[in-house]
Structure formats: structure tokens, C-alpha cells
Design a protein around this ligand. Structure first.
Ligand SMILES: C[S@@+](CC[C@H](N)C(=O)[O-])C[C@H]1O[C@@H](n2cnc3c(N)ncnc32)[C@H](O)[C@@H]1O
Length: 346
């Protein structure tokens, strides 16, 4: 919590006054067993006294971490504008039997001041269904969903004088329930995870930063991701023509991010077909360089260039003219289960 607060204090310092800050954060449960009940022989390093956090949130509790962070950031001066539910239709199954499995995370939209850059039109969605737009733009009455006047002819605007109730404003302008450019995407985003578009243990789908940047960043703006990881945000920023600055302490992820950006740059000239989880898991213990590259989403050219510079994100073993990569290293970067694999290359 303290680290996040400190990080976001710095983010606030460098953020444009009319800029937006989007924070994706998942929740977690307090560990079920921590060994404290088992006495000193269980773990010699365990403190004599159970840490305070254990007493505040006993085992099995949902920590509510996203909201704890959001409230702390509010205290630090941020204005919290949205708590978006990222619903994952393909979330990993969980083996729990006494609660519901977790299939969502939160994304907070935070700003520095009351008025800020927000281009809703950039992220509007197509309407579904077959109702005409004139009926969709119908204004409500005093009661929720009430319809108190006849429909205006299709395509004809209703005069402000016929508007009433909660739907009219003192300035005579209607509050439209729908917009001709599409509908507001709302605060529940149903987006599948895409574990193989990045080769990092938890890259988020690019649709998330694409939306955040399209709505929340001025044209020719600069996007900063202080938890850059495999640089999904950078890819989104580039797609939208924005500058990007990423901060990432893990050198492996930095190398991967660099490679991923290079590969994305080359994709126009011949894309990489990503491997499925099953294909990666079925790989032998040592694979040719290009197989490893494909598993990581890197093109042939990028792979060879990185090898030449000594920057390929995994260890590469040269045997004569060929390059080979221990699969265990690929799996480590992809954060897949290593239990079935033994390293066979010294
Ligand atoms: C969940 S990943 C982000 C993945 C990224 N959104 C993507 O799609 O590639 C979080 C990243 O934050 C980095 N990180 C963790 N703790 C950090 C800290 N205290 N300061 C800066 N970065 C940190 C980790 O190394 C990790 O790469």
C-alpha cells in the first residue's frame, strides 16, 4: 500500500493537470495458513508475534485491496471518477468449493482536477438491437425509465419545451439517453485475457490501455506506465500515435518489452503466429531459436538481431551454426508451470 501511494504521488507530480490516471488492480485473499499456530519448530524464521496485518485481516478474508488503495489515493488528493469492472469471460478456473471463483478485476480512473481531458467519442460502442436512433434518444420523465410524451417522428428533434422532469435541464437542453456516435461503453468491460500476446506473466489485454489512452490522453500526448512489464501499454500508445515512457525494474521484462515493441514494428512486413499454451507446453526441453522466438511472439528478424546483440530475452546456446534455447527459460518468461520440464542444457 505504501509503495503504491508513493508511486502514485510521483505519477501525480508528473501528470498533466488535465491528465488521467488509470489503475488496474486485482484483489487477493489473506493466506489460509501462515504457520503461526504450529509453533517455533515449523519455521525458525517466523516472528514470535503474529504480524499486525494477520490480526486485522484473519485468514480466508478477501482483502478488498483495490478499494483500500483507492481510498488512500483519494486521501492523497486524487479524484476517483470510475471503478470499472474488468470482467474476464475466460478467467482461469479456481479450485475453490466454499466461495465463488474470481472473474473480475477493478480499473480505477483517477484525475487531479475536476475538469480534465476525456474524449468519450473515441471509445463509444456501436448500439446493438434494431431500435431506431430516434427512439433510443428518447428522454425520460420524472420516474426512472418513464415515457411521458409521444415519440417524435423518426429523426426529428423534440422541442425543448416538451421536455420535463429529470430529463430537462435549466438551460433547456435535453439530456439524451443515446448519442448518434454510439453508446458510452459503461463501467463493466468484458474483455478476454490474452496470455500469449505478450509473453509476460500477467500482461493485460491491449484493449484495456487502448481504451484508456484513446479516452484519457490528448492527441500527441505522453503516456507513462510505472509498471510497464511486457509493455502492453507501450504497444497501445504506439497504435494510437502517442509517446510512451515505461518504468520496469525487472531486466528480463525490459528485454522482452523491447523485443515485443520491435516485433510489433516489423509485423507489417510479416507477422508472427503466436503459439497456443498447449503448443508451448508440448515443446521438447531444448528448441531451435526460431521456435523459442515464436513462443515469445518475436519475428525471425528480431530474434536474430537480438541474438547478435546478446539481447535475446532467454539464454541462447550456440552449437556450430545453429542457436538453441532451453525451453525452461521460455516457460519462465511466460510464467508457465515448470514442474514437467528439466533443464538439459548446461
Ligand atoms: C502485472 S505486471 C504489469 C504488466 C503490464 N501491464 C503488461 O501488460 O505487460 C506488473 C509489473 O510491475 C513491476 N513491479 C512490481 N513491483 C514494482 C514496484 N514496486 N515498482 C515498480 N515496478 C514494479 C513488475 O516487475 C511487473 O513487471
Amino acid at each position: 500500500m505504501d509503495t503504491l501511494r508513493a508511486t502514485f504521488a510521483e505519477a501525480r507530480r508528473v501528470l498533466a493537470n488535465d491528465g488521467t490516471c488509470w489503475l488496474n488492480i486485482g484483489d487477493m485473499y489473506a493466506a489460509n495458513f501462515d504457520g503461526y499456530a504450529r509453533g517455533d519448530t515449523y519455521n525458525k524464521r517466523q516472528p514470535a508475534v503474529r504480524p499486525r496485518s494477520r490480526r486485522i485481516v484473519p485468514p480466508k478474508n478477501l482483502l478488498g485491496m483495490p478499494w483500500r488503495v483507492a481510498f488512500a489515493l483519494q486521501q492523497d488528493g486524487w479524484i476517483l471518477r470510475n471503478a470499472i469492472v474488468w470482467s474476464k469471460p475466460n478467467a482461469m478456473p479456481q479450485s475453490v468449493l466454499d466461495r465463488l471463483s474470481t472473474r473480475c478485476e477493478l480499473i480505477f480512473l483517477l484525475v487531479k482536477q475536476r475538469f480534465y481531458w476525456f474524449d468519450l467519442d473515441a471509445i463509444r460502442e456501436q448500439y446493438t438491437g434494431n431500435r431506431s436512433l430516434s427512439h433510443r434518444t428518447r428522454r425520460g420523465g420524472m420516474k426512472l425509465n418513464a415515457i411521458q410524451t409521444p415519440w417524435p417522428p423518426t429523426g426529428m428533434p423534440e422541442p425543448a419545451s416538451t421536455l420535463h422532469g429529470t430529463a430537462s435541464r435549466s438551460n433547456g437542453r435535453a439530456i439524451d439517453a443515446a448519442n448518434r456516435n454510439g453508446r458510452n461503453p459503461g463501467d463493466v468491460w468484458t474483455i478476454s485475457t490474452r496470455p500469449y500476446r505478450g509473453a509476460h506473466f500477467a500482461p493485460f489485454p491491449i484493449d484495456i490501455p487502448l481504451r484508456a489512452i484513446a479516452a484519457g490522453c490528448r492527441p500527441s500526448g505522453t503516456v507513462l506506465d510505472p509498471f510497464s512489464g511486457a509493455a502492453t501499454t507501450a504497444l497501445a500508445a504506439r497504435q494510437l500515435g502517442q509517446q510512451f515512457i515505461g518504468i520496469e525494474p525487472n531486466a528480463d521484462y525490459c528485454a522482452l518489452a523491447k523485443a515485443r515493441l520491435q516485433a510489433a514494428g516489423e509485423k507489417r512486413g510479416g507477422g508472427v503466429t503466436p503459439m497456443t499454451i498447449e503448443e508451448v507446453r508440448a515443446l521438447p526441453a531444448v528448441v531451435p531459436l526460431l521456435t523459442a522466438a515464436r513462443a515469445l511472439g518475436l519475428s525471425r528478424n528480431t530474434a536474430y538481431r537480438l541474438v547478435k546483440r546478446g539481447e535475446f530475452p532467454c539464454r541462447v546456446v550456440q552449437a556450430g551454426d545453429t542457436y538453441r534455447v532451453p525451453t525452461i527459460e521460455v516457460l519462465r518468461i511466460l510464467s508457465l508451470d515448470l514442474s514437467n520440464v528439466e533443464e538439459q542444457v548446461g
